[in-house]
Design a protein. Structure first.
Length: 149
């Protein structure tokens, strides 16, 4: 199976899904979309691991989900794709130690921080600002460490 990232041009939402034929899938999606679409990136995974891989990626960007499998683009999405290009995407759901691309911890922390920002803005809870600052510092420290490696 193929995991794909299809984007509305020039910088629109990104659809993340799986298919057996990315050209046919692009054509199918294009018929219901008024803006031009492009395949941002795609990669193959074994058929038996495709659902797990797709689910994992959806979870990484759950706070960016717009509707269904469409996600609002962000710099981290493009970095995530670049890391898959450079290091590959490893899915071993049956192993005790699951192995993913570098940045999996960053993804989790990013999602938690994004949620905290949304909650702070939504509810105006000033007490959460300290938590937000701490999380952002941790995120920045992790990003600096990952960049050096």
């Amino acid at each position: 199976m193929i995991i794909y990232f299809i984007q509305e041009e020039p910088d629109g939402p990104v659809k993340i899904g799986q298919t057996g034929n990315v050209v046919n899938r692009l054509t199918s999606i294009q018929t219901s979309c008024s803006r031009q679409l492009k395949v941002l990136f795609c990669f193959e995974v074994p058929d038996e691991k495709a659902n797990y891989a797709e689910y994992h990626i959806h979870q990484c960007f759950k706070n960016r989900r717009m509707k269904g499998e469409w996600y609002s683009p962000c710099p981290y999405l493009y970095d995530y794709i670049k890391r898959i290009e450079e290091k590959g995407f490893f899915v071993n759901p049956l192993d005790e130690e699951e192995e993913y691309i570098a940045g999996d911890q960053f993804s989790s922390l990013y999602n938690q921080t994004f949620q905290l920002i949304e909650d702070t803005v939504k509810y105006g809870d000033i007490r959460r600002i300290n938590d937000l600052v701490d999380d952002l510092r941790e995120l920045l420290d992790y990003a600096k460490t990952a960049h050096r490696n």
